[in-house]
Write a protein that binds this ligand. Structure first.
Ligand code: URA
Length: 191
């Protein structure tokens, strides 16, 4: 196997840089920096909020209950598994007790996500919950209002949907809404 070149080398360098990050206070309490998982050449990328307890311990995004739901919905609606897409979070380290990420933490961290998006250059991004869409689009509008529309982030279509952990709490109606948004994502990456 040859040495990685171009984009894949830059992606590895970005990962190394992110794994050593100490830019915000979350580095003091983390077990892992949860960089992301999947295919760095994927057409479709998912962006969550921040790692929870399971993800902090595993070093991988969305491995807990909400992740299992997410995997199932993506497989059923789009026919893809985690190796065929890319999954990352807005904030790479776990906020203690799963509290919301704070503005200074998002500010310190979102550059890593933006560079990941630039290098992966997906056809479509599905954002999960409020924080990712609000940060990428620079809006304070909530996901309930934003979902149902397709936005542009740089050259990429952005499809906002609910966070799967909200779907676990809220039930079937929200699961159905996420399914509908995934069908839109499938159409975009298929055309
Ligand atoms: N919630 C998120 O937003 N990301 C994860 O990785 C896990 C739960």
């Amino acid at each position: 196997m040859g040495s990685p070149t171009g984009r894949s080398r830059e992606f590895l360098e970005l990962k190394q840089e992110t794994l050593g990050c100490r830019q915000c206070k979350l580095h003091e309490t983390r077990n892992s920096v949860v960089f992301g998982v999947g295919n760095p050449n994927a057409d479709l990328m998912f962006v969550g909020e921040a790692p929870g307890r399971d993800e902090d311990l595993a070093g991988e995004p969305f491995v807990g209950r909400s992740g299992k739901l997410l995997d199932r919905l993506i497989l059923q609606e789009i026919g893809l598994d985690r190796d065929q897409i890319y999954i990352a979070n807005l904030v790479k380290c776990r906020p203690p007790n799963n509290r919301n990420p704070e503005a200074d933490e998002i500010q310190s961290c979102c550059g890593y996500l933006k560079r990941q998006i630039q290098l992966i250059s997906p056809v479509a991004i599905v954002t999960l919950g409020n924080f990712a869409v609000q940060t990428l689009l620079g809006t304070t509008e909530g996901v309930t209002k934003l979902r149902g529309s397709i936005f542009e982030y740089e050259q990429t279509k952005l499809i906002p949907t609910f966070h799967p952990s909200y779907a676990l709490r809220a039930g079937a109606k929200v699961v159905a809404q996420i399914r509908a948004d995934l069908v839109v994502a499938k159409e975009i990456i298929s055309t």
